[in-house]
Design a protein. Structure first.
Length: 70
């Protein structure tokens, strides 16, 4: 099981290709292809939302991203 659990700031540069390719990158596990469970934790004082994507099938944390609210 490989986990990519580093925190990063969203910049949208990694999303390229067709609409289906982008949806697959956001919604599916890189390891097993299952649908990811995404949770969002807002922090309105700092104007950010922390997104965490987990796979319920293989148990990996695949994405931790901070989205800036402007």
């Amino acid at each position: 099981m490989s986990c990519k659990a580093e925190m990063k700031i969203e910049n949208f540069l990694e999303y390229y290709g067709s609409i289906d390719d982008v949806k697959k990158k956001i919604d599916e596990c890189d390891t097993c292809g299952a649908k990811l469970l995404q949770s969002h934790l807002p922090d309105y004082n700092n104007m950010v939302i922390q997104e965490t994507s987990r796979c319920l099938d293989c148990g990996g944390v695949h994405k931790k991203v901070v989205h800036i609210i402007n």
